[in-house]
Write a protein of this length. Sequence first.
Lengths: 448, 305
Amino acid sequence: MKNFKLFAIILIIATSVFYAMPTANIFFPDILAKYLPGKKVNLGLDLQGGTHLVLSVDTSKLPAGSNADDAVEVVKEIIRNRIDQFGVAEPVIQRQGTNQIIVELPGIKDSARAKQLIGRTAMLEFRLVDEQADLQSAINKNQIPDNLELLSMEHLDENKNITRSQLLIEKEAKLTGKYLKEVQIKFGEFNEPRVTIAFNEEGGKIFSNVTGDNVGRRLAIVLDGVIKSAPVIREMIPSGNAEISGSFTMEEAQDLSIVLRAGSLPAPVKIEQEQTIGPSLGSDSIKSGVMCGILSLAVIWLFILVYYKFSGLIANLALLINVIVLIAAMTMIKATLTLPGIAGIILTIGMSIDANILVFERIREELRQGKSNRKAIENGYHKAFITVLDSNITTIISAVFLYYFGSGSIRGFAVSLTIGLLASMFTAITLSRVLQETYEKSTSKLSI
Amino acid sequence: MEFFRNTHFDFVKFRYIAITCSLILICSGLISMAIKGGLRMGVDFKGGILMQVSFNKAPSIEEVRSALKTINLQESIIQEVSGRNDLIIRVEKDKTAGESGYEGIKQQVTKALEDKYGKDSFRFERLEYVGPVVGKDMVEKSVLATIFSFLGIIIYLSFRFEFKYGVAAIIALVHDVLTTLALFSFLNKEFTPTILAAILTLVGYSVNDTIVVYDRIRENVHLHSKEGLPDLVNNSVNETLSRTVITSLTTFFSVTVLFFFGGPVIHDFAFAMMFGIVTGTYSSIYIAAPILIDWDRFLLKKKVS
């Protein structure tokens, strides 16, 4: 039993050191490096720099009967599409509450362009492609007839890379998204996906004329100034119901349907909140955070060592391991470390030593009552444990509500405080007790 | 080394003086808040825009203010950032509500600063904008977070001890929150979500101290049931005094380090915590424990009459 406990403790510490090492940036030989997880703790936007946006979708102007929840979902997909064009590494786009969308863009320096891209209401147009005009001189010499515009079209090649080609299309939009009533994905006889669209009555009439006059020409579907698709008009379509077929993959069909639905969505997006942090401010925060951590560790170490002698040394070792376990646990569960999160860690340092102080004071009391060293250690840990548990649970209760109601970086504080306190139960109670008992057994001494 | 050994301070005797002092502090805090129309809320709660501009050369606040005068933003709050050539500029909510929105404000500020200092002589290091809806939402959520954590603690303590312990602990916590808010009002310091986090932390921390004392009272009630409650409480406070003070000291150390070296955001957090540790320790000794005595007295009197 005893051996098992010792084994478990060593295992936990070894695993923690293993996971905490990449974050600590400790030098390790290359041979070892390939066995390390290689993952550092996840840094929040306030530490690595970047933009955090809270957007709200105004669903009040949606036509009666349309589903607001769907609308927000579509807007989210539109934003994802736009951000993918923007080329940000690891963006986060998620819904919050009924009509809010959170966008996190790490490493963005100028948020203005991103916001412009995101905040725009989707503009969907159907415009005719002019294939008679001289495309080469338009591209090379910028000679473009007055009624035309040079726009690029995106398509995926076989390797799923986006390639762009350019087309000359008419400036005048024949139809816009507001005439669209319904967009669906249907499957053809070989189970190939097709996108079907239905215009409203007015749109159906216009569509009938446009298709009737332009059989054989291509009608470009333009979203926010980018051609998404340019199907050929095969015949006049009087019904207002059309089908776009081609060699779509399911994903492409879905993307196109989102594009089409986006245009029919009068749901403007408003930026409710923004936090943009530059990279130099972020790295400054990390530096001062690390310095604070080391300084406060050093101050406490010195004080505890002087005050509790050898027992203090044990508490100090436990404290160091507490920090390592905390960083490792955050890395493992992919928690995000924020600036208030660093404050949480430093606070944990102060609070976790409290558990040791409680125990040590209790041991001193027991010794004053004339108990033997061994009995004093046993009683000290036993009696103080309930107090430590109670006090940690109440702090964790506060932290849980802080996490639940808090946002962004404050959540990081709650996370690191909670994990830190849980880790301290292990280091300040279990680990220190084993160390103290082992020392007492082998030397029959108790230095406190 | 030991600072406290077998102390016999008579804490219980001075409880009314202590409670009076606390009430005076809290009342004057409330009056101060009433006169000032509440706490000075940060951008997150009130809505508005905060810009941290990093200059190549250290700027003077007055120069920047005069530059902002050209766009009618001279009343913005401008602050220096220690250790960097940065200035923090805060613009009130109603100025951002116009047509151009906050992005427009940023462009205006950029232009005004470019006219004064030239292009590429500065850049934006930090931009925070909170719209009115989010600000209101944040205030609501903060109040809820506080209320729920109080409820959670009261339930937990009633379950672990007795109902009266839970109530007494919460009174002590309300005391801690109100005195900290009073301090922020006196010093006209800004109230931000970070400060809220500090307050909720000190709540958890102060309840730690209270629990340590309560635990000892519970233990002593079983051991020395013949002693009167005032003596029991006083002895329990004295017996745990060493731990209370040493723990408060160590946490105070870490927070002091944060205060001096933690940078601007953490600075105010640490400030609230430093005060909170003092008030939290004090309230555990002078508020949470003595209330137990008076609670019983009050109930006994009621029964007799």
